[in-house]
Ligand binder design. Structure first.
Ligand SMILES: [Zn+2]
Length: 459
């Protein structure tokens, strides 16, 4: 057996592992490259993957950096099964449809420029039609169910606690066991069950996103959110929360519900202003079976609706525009999470220059984004072609994360590493990946491999 890294090697995007045996070729994930260093060319290049000779794909979870290039495989001839949990299929369909829409929009815009300059129009990476052809290929796999995914290759998915439906994968072929961590969540996150510890593996691929640090505790982060919202409500402020649509938006609502339930906050208007976040929230309601015990019991007795009486879902752009002259106290949760697009932009344009506005960042802000500029304290910013003064109070809550911290990663590794295990660190920038390798050497006396894209690992 040999395993070739298609991405997420010394970087956090483009996850993909090509597993080859004498009899079969299976991909684990096939995600999009994103961020500053990702080019369109990287995404179009399938590397060692020949879609027509591929037997199957196993998907760990729905995030774009793990599923984003599946439509491209289908467009180039892949017809085999895609194994995933039911929730991953549904969240994945949402994410891929959104991605295809962005691809088509970008290509259209670039094509106008290209034609004007006498060049050929730009083809989208893939179309909505390509994205829609992925879901029918999906074969549902339940947690802890072992399935033959290709001749001589079996897989078992187990809870990763990262987003609803997320899994780690234990793959067996030719008498060897390979474990793919996928993305591992932190313990105690709302809604999600904690990650299940892995079996021992001959080869273990472990993510290293936060291999160099532990997160601030969730309790401290929620206490800070409480402080911000409590003051905002008393001062009748409009609170803008830029948020990712899947996972983070629901987590923020969970914590607000908790604070209202405990009497720490009054009832006040909350607007979820993102069609994708609204769809994702509906999927949460459909998959209560995946909730942890606390969320399941709250959901079963209708407690979230009881706590969040002021919650409104804004589907249309017109409803969203009506918030331009909104008076506080109110919370608006809108995308995108890093303010590089989406409805949050017009809310920022209309409210950022007012002193009675509060902006709360609840997720990572990539360099070069508007969110990053605001977090860094820019006095003026450009939004939708307008120069806008920043008079609002800006807060950054660093403790929400969908990823395990260093200590939790090491505890996971403890279960996976046995005598002779080859540990391979992926899905991390150089610094956290190297730090986790040091910690693994110290604790387990094992030298972890730090491969690059295109490198191959054999058990
Ligand atoms: Zn992920």
């Amino acid at each position: 057996m040999r395993i070739t890294l298609c991405g997420a090697a010394g970087e956090v995007t483009g996850s993909g592992y090509l597993v080859e045996t004498d009899r079969a070729r299976v991909l684990v994930d096939f995600g999009m490259f994103q961020g500053r260093r990702a080019t369109d060319g990287h995404n179009r290049d399938l590397g060692p993957v020949d879609p027509e000779r591929l037997d199957a794909v196993v998907v760990t979870h729905a995030h774009l950096d793990h599923t984003g290039r599946l439509p491209l495989l289908v467009a180039r001839g892949f017809r085999g099964p895609v194994f995933a949990t039911p929730a991953t299929r549904e969240f994945g369909a949402l994410i891929l449809a959104d991605s295809a829409e962005i691809q088509e929009g970008d290509a259209k815009r670039l094509s106008i420029e290209a034609r004007r300059a006498g060049r050929r129009p730009v083809e989208p990476l893939y179309t909505r039609a390509d994205a829609e052809r992925v879901a029918p290929l999906v074969r549902h796999v339940g947690y802890e169910e072992r399935r033959e995914v290709a001749p001589g290759v079996s897989a078992r998915l187990f809870e990763a606690g990262h987003i609803l439906g997320s899994a780690s994968v234990e793959m067996r072929a030719g008498g060897k066991t390979v474990v793919f961590s996928g993305d591992i969540g932190p313990k105690g996150a709302p809604f999600l069950r904690d990650p299940v510890l892995p079996p021992r593996g001959d080869v273990v691929f472990l993510e290293s996103t936060y291999g160099d640090r532990d997160h601030r505790s969730l309790d401290a982060t929620v206490a800070e959110l409480h402080g911000i919202l409590d003051r905002a409500v008393r001062e009748r402020c409009v609170v803008l929360i830029p948020s990712f649509a899947i996972g983070r938006a629901q987590q923020v609502l969970f914590h607000i519900a908790e604070l209202v339930r405990g009497g720490s906050l009054p009832d006040f208007p909350i607007f979820l202003d993102s069609p994708m976040a609204i769809d994702a929230t509906a999927l949460y309601s459909r998959h209560k079976e995946l909730f942890d015990a606390e969320a399941r019991s709250l959901a079963r007795r209708g407690q979230f609706k009881e706590d969040l009486k002021g919650l409104r879902f804004l589907s249309t752009a017109d409803e969203s525009r009506r918030l331009n002259d909104l008076d506080g106290p109110a919370v608006v949760i809108a995308g995108s999470g890093m303010c590089n697009g989406g409805r949050i932009l017009h809310h920022l344009k209309h409210h950022l220059w007012r002193e009675e506005t509060v902006v709360v960042f609840v997720g990572y802000q990539g360099e070069g984004t508007l969110g990053h500029a605001l977090v860094k304290g820019a006095p003026h910013v450009a939004i939708l072609g307008h120069r806008v003064r920043v008079a609002a109070r800006i807060h950054t809550l660093g403790g929400f994360s969908a990823h395990a911290g260093k200590t939790e990663l090491l505890d996971w590794a403890d279960a996976a590493i046995g005598a002779g295990t080859r540990v391979v660190l992926t899905h991390g920038e150089d610094k956290p990946r190297a730090a986790l390798a040091d910690a693994i050497r110290e604790r387990f006396r094992v030298d972890a491999l730090l491969p690059l894209r295109g490198d191959t690992v054999e058990p």
